[in-house]
Design a protein around this ligand. Structure first.
Ligand SMILES: [Zn+2]
Length: 410
């Protein structure tokens, strides 16, 4: 292993393959680019897959919230009597979130969005620990950070906790002043936030991507002046689709003379509604109502298994209704209005695909976001030594268990 080698990884949330290709991003610093299939779900599923090389049904993170009888969020229930004008307001929810973080010590990424407070009695958070640090997964899944720590590879990481300019400035300082550092990962949610509001506005999107590209290029140039050998890897977790319609699934379900909490339980994400049932009658009634909707479809267990998101304890839902690409559930527990852009549709939709660009040719070619893990491991000279064992449900979308999933010596 070359002592002077530095691997620079830039994780640009939501910079999908389509937009990156259209704008011909990173041509000079990372000319080898690859289209990567994402996982069904949101960043809270995709990021763990990138960091561990495992599918959600193996690393254990799919939805941000899962259903349980022992929710560690249950004390938030006491806020259920607040008037909606107060409880759904940003000026209330933001400080509440910072207070909650301090009070619980949860270091993972989460948000209460517009989730009714009484639901926290039965819904708990999956990402309680920072996934950008070792030891994050209750399933025992090991991420790139566990491998870096075990291999005593000096590394630094910047995440959603850092402001954009601050993160890049600190990274530049580290590149200049930390000759020991061999791996640096810089994550930014900037493009994700921008595209939610501006996808489809070609000029505005080009400007935002150019801003990030400039910041990344500066770091790479600086590194190449001070280090003999610099590998650059840039990737995303999913793309962004321009939304074209919405349906009030909540209203459809509430019109069925069943009672939420007594007959059924539901979590409304922006593109998925996840259901649990208390009786066969409730199950049949809801499924037949969902089947009449032409804005989406319920997924079979086989669909979920194929996507690597099937959990036999149903913690993320017994039945999952997925909206058609570009159509949103509005209102949902995520928001009351449809944003211009959204992700979380079928991974097969063209705007769902993620990208990976590297300064070197990657062999074998990465085709799925879980391959980003392998690319990082190879670049830093580590081999995947996954300790997590799981039954046959652990296969990926193509029916094979990823290489990173197999036990090999480090
Ligand atoms: Zn997003």
């Amino acid at each position: 292993m070359a002592g002077d080698k530095l691997t620079l990884v830039f994780f640009v949330d939501a910079l999908g393959w389509e937009i990156a290709r259209e704008l011909d991003c990173f041509r000079d610093i990372a000319p080898y680019s690859y289209r990567q299939r994402t996982v069904l779900g949101y960043s809270c599923a995709a990021q763990p897959t990138i960091l561990t090389g495992l599918m959600p049904d193996v690393h254990g993170h799919w939805g941000m919230f899962y259903r349980t009888e022992h929710s560690e969020l249950s004390e938030l229930r006491c806020l259920r009597f607040l008037p909606k004008t107060v409880s759904s307001h940003r000026r209330f929810r933001r400080p509440l979130l910072s207070y909650h973080r301090k009070h619980t010590g949860f270091t993972g990424y989460y948000n209460f969005y517009r989730i009714p407070f009484h639901l926290f009695e039965e819904f708990d958070l999956i990402e309680k620990r920072d996934i950008y640090a070792p030891g994050a997964f209750a399933s025992g899944a090991r991420s790139i950070f566990d491998h870096l720590a075990d291999g005593c590879v000096p590394y630094q990481v910047w995440t959603w906790k850092n402001e954009l300019d601050e993160g890049f400035a600190e990274l530049e300082t580290a590149v200049r002043g930390d000759p020991e550092m061999r791996f640096a990962l810089h994550y930014t949610p900037y493009i994700d936030a921008f595209l939610h509001g501006h996808v489809g506005d070609r000029e505005a999107v080009a400007g935002a991507v150019a801003l990030i590209e400039k910041k990344i290029s500066r770091v790479v140039e600086l590194a190449r002046k001070t280090r003999a050998d610099v590998d650059v890897i840039i990737f995303s977790d999913h793309g962004m689709a321009e939304t074209t319609g919405e349906h009030d699934v909540m209203k459809t379900v509430m019109g069925l003379s069943l009672r939420q909490g007594r007959d059924y339980h539901v979590f409304y994400d922006s593109t998925m509604a996840r259901f649990w049932f208390e009786s066969p009658h409730a199950r049949d009634t809801i499924i037949s109502a969902l089947e009449k909707l032409d804005c989406g479809a319920t997924l079979s267990d086989d669909d979920l298994k194929r996507e690597g998101v099937f959990f036999d304890d149903n913690r993320f839902g017994e039945v999952v209704f997925l909206m058609n690409p570009t159509k949103l559930i509005v209102p949902s527990y995520m928001g009351g209005k449809a944003p211009r852009g959204m992700h979380g549709f079928s991974p097969e939709h063209k705007d769902s695909y993620a990208m990976l660009a590297a300064s070197f040719r990657v062999d074998p070619e990465p085709t799925h976001i879980r391959d980003s893990f392998r690319v990082m491991m190879q670049a830093v000279g580590l081999q995947a030594a996954t300790t997590l064992e799981k039954d046959s449900g652990s296969s990926g979308p193509d029916g094979t268990i990823s290489d990173a999933n197999r036990e090999t010596a480090a």
